[in-house]
Design a protein around this ligand. Structure first.
Ligand code: PRP
Ligand code: MN
Ligand code: MG
Length: 181
């Protein structure tokens, strides 16, 4: 597309490093939910699908997965952003231990709103897991329970994360580097 700038990609986090991090995250999550009987992992489409697929296979016991699709757009009346549900979860949330699974927290707007929307349905507990966190970009404070990597404010792709829908299939996380033409 025309908005697509000339660029190259550089590996930032290798597939092996992601793999090791997932073992650590899964250990923390398994310990935290050791007494839970029906954990529900909720991924946000589309970025979280690769992470969800790899993470849920490391979670022990009765686990269910579900997905939500939301769109975020600016609100002219305030500086905040609104989030609309495009596809809701099919699962009952009330009384469940719910773990939201995200690939990346940037401004925090998406997760903040999704968290609020799920809280209204009275889960037994609601926690948040992200593979990547960019704290420098945060606009709204959102409590994150499990974090894979804290990274600087770089333009990244891969492992589910896209640039104009491309690169989600990379098995590693890469930095997008602009090129002169
Ligand atoms: C990206 C990313 C997070 C969100 C983080 O999703 O996957 O979901 O942005 O941004 P925030 O913290 O500023 O809200 P995107 O909206 O690009 O959709 P996608 O997952 O389908 O790529
Ligand atoms: Mn996303
Ligand atoms: Mg995206």
């Amino acid at each position: 597309t025309e908005s697509f700038m000339k660029h190259t990609t550089e590996v930032m986090i290798t597939a092996e490093e992601i793999d090791q991090k997932l073992d650590i995250l899964a250990e923390q999550i398994n310990a935290h939910y050791a007494d839970s009987d029906r954990l529900l992992m909720v991924g946000l489409l589309k970025g979280s699908v690769v992470f969800m697929a790899d993470l849920c296979r490391r979670i022990k016991g009765h686990v269910e997965i579900d997905f939500m699709s939301v769109s975020s757009y600016g609100n002219e009346m305030s500086s905040s952003r609104d989030v609309k549900i495009l596809k809701d979860v099919q699962s009952e949330i009330q009384g469940r231990d719910v773990l939201i699974v995200e690939d990346l927290i940037d401004s925090g707007n998406t997760l903040n709103k999704v968290r609020e929307m799920l809280m209204i349905r009275e889960p037994k507990s609601l926690a948040l897991c992200t593979l990547l966190d960019k704290p420098e970009r945060r606009e709204v404070d959102v409590p994150v329970d499990f974090i894979g990597f804290t990274i600087p404010d770089e333009f990244i792709v891969g492992y589910g994360i896209d640039y104009a829908e491309q690169y989600r299939n990379l098995p590693y996380i890469a930095k997008v580097v602009p090129l002169e033409d």
